[in-house]
Design a protein around this ligand. Sequence first.
Ligand code: GLP
Length: 241
Amino acid sequence: MRIYCTKDYKEMSRKAANLISAQVIIKPECVLGLATGSTPIGIYDQLVEWYHKNDIDFSEVTTVNLDEYRGLTKENDQSYYYFMHTHLFDRVNIRPDHSFIPDGTCEDSEFECRRYENQIRSLGGIDMQLLGLGRNGHIGFNEPSDSFAQVTHCVDLTQSTIDANKRFFASEADVPRQAYTMGIGTILQAKKILLVASGEDKAEAVKNTLFGPITPYVPASILQIHPDVTIVADEAALSLC
Ligand code: GLP
């Protein structure tokens, strides 16, 4: 596990964007696993800036997203589909038929989860998976639980996640209670993992992820056994380490 400590959020974003850019240079037809949440926004902004300078080309890249709220349509501005289009897809040359996100409107959760897991497999797996970190140590929407979920599945969001994410919605009642997410097994099969974290409110989760016991109660702690993990976090997020 490599850990980069950066001064602040801006530097964290730049460093992580550099690592993604290196992946695309080494393998232009790579499969990038992407994440949502507020943390990766600076990374996407940086990639867009480099795209406009012709320093990165996404024309052969395929992307797969970690998760999606169940029940939100693509037009809903809180859906992860909308987020990805706003922050990245509509601003660079990623081909529309080369980006994949679970379909939050599919009511048959078993069907949708199986379909999405097969989709990732049919792409030949993920070369680099970007991950944010929930305050409770979740990755994607793999919430603390008594076992690690293997594959893409439907989860009930915990109160801690609903509380953390309600800032993006008009009211807490509007926060979806369920989501589709890649499983821990899906994530761990990625060849490389890039975890980013910023701010003091992530410090406890970062400490437990890096140095705590490997337990499904801190889903990100399983990254300790992955052979190629890079953490890019700012001083505040690493302040308890
Ligand atoms: C959501 C997403 C996660 C993300 C987490 C942290 O729950 N499903 O993938 O890592 O939020 O978000 P933020 O970066 O806004 O703290």
